[in-house]
Design a protein around this ligand. Structure first.
Ligand SMILES: NC(=O)c1ccc[n+]([C@@H]2O[C@H](COP(=O)([O-])OP(=O)(O)OC[C@H]3O[C@@H](n4cnc5c(N)ncnc54)[C@H](O)[C@@H]3O)[C@@H](O)[C@H]2O)c1
Ligand SMILES: [Zn+2]
Length: 338
């Protein structure tokens, strides 16, 4: 294991390492005063990570709630976890968001090591320190900034992901390429480790200048305005990264419709469409109705009551959409194309 990246943070600086073999995780689990919290699917697929004391959680969006957090805090308290205990968190973005949130409030903060096991978590969510839970069907309404002490990435985990979860991870990588004006370099068949590292480096660079989402970090929200709304309206049937692909395609179309020049416009849509088709999801036309989507967007935590989107030209920028009605035909054409 080697410290590949050091990530600065005003909360807690942290490190990120790549390892080549899942067995290397055992040495972390065997350190004194550690307890492993693991996604139930990962636990089943990787029995070598089994330890007597493991906390095994079934990870759906329903666990990313106050109820789920209360349940986990209850387990930690029962196990007499204290500030000397280090959590080893092994799972995808859902487990990360929930445990990160609980770790930030339990005893005013306990240390955790994050071992992301999905492509989405390895290339995007593991860095940046955002922890979140959903509230009252509002996605990620409650949360803190609380990065792990250490992130350890092993791409061996990705071999057991479902094709859909793999495509969901590619969604955030697709977004990174659009933001960097490099869609021509995006290929789902690229070697996965360099692809993950490129995404991480791009995000970490932005984090060093804007850790707390006050400025340019907001651009990473590209594709998420309609992405989050599509996740919600489909009752989380559309996975996060797939919703981000659709949201990115919608944002690109809005940019063009408002008269901005979008380099590689056709290529962005073509590559997005290929991912969506490969996901094999059957989409419901009702999910693409503007009024209910706008309702969801306006109740989002970041909403000021207006429709603000990250748009793209040569660079990303924030834009208040004065006349949301233009979205009606964009949503319709997006639905018809998929
Ligand atoms: N904190 C952030 O900055 C941030 C950023 C992006 C997304 N998110 C959140 O992340 C969540 C989505 O994360 P995700 O896509 O990792 O989903 P996830 O955690 O639900 O994992 C997807 C599925 O894959 C399974 N799984 C995990 N690892 C596996 C493996 N190695 N092999 C086989 N199956 C495996 C899980 O059990 C689950 O069924 C959303 O809630 C989203 O809001 C957070
Ligand atoms: Zn995202």
């Amino acid at each position: 294991m080697h410290n590949l990246l050091n990530i600065t943070s005003q909360v807690n600086p942290y490190t990120l390492d790549f390892i080549s073999n899942i067995n290397e995780i055992k040495s972390l689990q065997n350190q004194n005063n550690t307890i492993t919290i693991i996604d139930s699917n990962v636990s089943r697929l990787y029995p070598s990570l089994h330890k007597e004391n493991n906390i095994i959680l079934e990870c759906t969006e329903d666990i990313k709630t106050l109820k789920g957090a209360t349940m986990l805090v209850g387990i930690l308290s029962k196990k007499k976890i204290n500030i000397k205990t280090k959590l080893i968190v092994i799972g995808g973005g859902i487990l990360q968001d929930l445990v990160g949130f609980c770790a930030s409030i339990y005893a005013r903060g306990i240390e955790y090591t994050l071992i992301p096991t999905t492509l989405l978590a390895q290339t995007d969510s593991c860095v940046g320190g955002k922890t979140s839970i959903n509230y009252d069907s509002k996605k990620n309404l409650l949360g803190t900034f609380y990065p792990p002490k250490k992130i350890v990435i092993c791409t061996e985990f990705l071999k057991t992901l479902t094709p859909l979860d793999y495509i969901s991870g590619l969604g955030e990588i697709y977004k990174f390429h659009i933001l960097q004006n490099q869609i021509d370099k995006f290929s789902p068949d690229s070697l996965v480790e360099p692809m993950i590292l490129d995404g991480l480096k791009y995000k970490i660079d932005i984090l060093t200048r804007d850790e707390f989402d006050k400025g340019e970090r907001k651009f990473l929200n590209f594709g998420h305005t309609f992405g989050h709304a599509l996740e919600s309206i489909s009752n989380n049937y559309i996975p996060h990264g797939v919703a981000v692909i659709l949201g990115s395609m919608i944002a690109v179309k809005v940019s063009k419709k408002l008269g901005y020049e979008v380099p590689n416009y056709e290529l962005i849509l073509e590559k997005g469409l290929n991912l969506i088709k490969a996901s094999k999801i059957s989409f419901d036309s009702d999910w693409f109705n503007l009024p209910p989507l706008l309702e969801i967007i306006k109740s989002d935590k970041k909403s000021t009551g207006e429709l603000t989107m990250v748009l793209i030209s040569n660079e990303p920028f924030l834009k208040n959409i004065q006349n949301p009605i233009i979205l009606t035909s964009i949503l319709q054409s997006t639905y018809e194309s998929i």
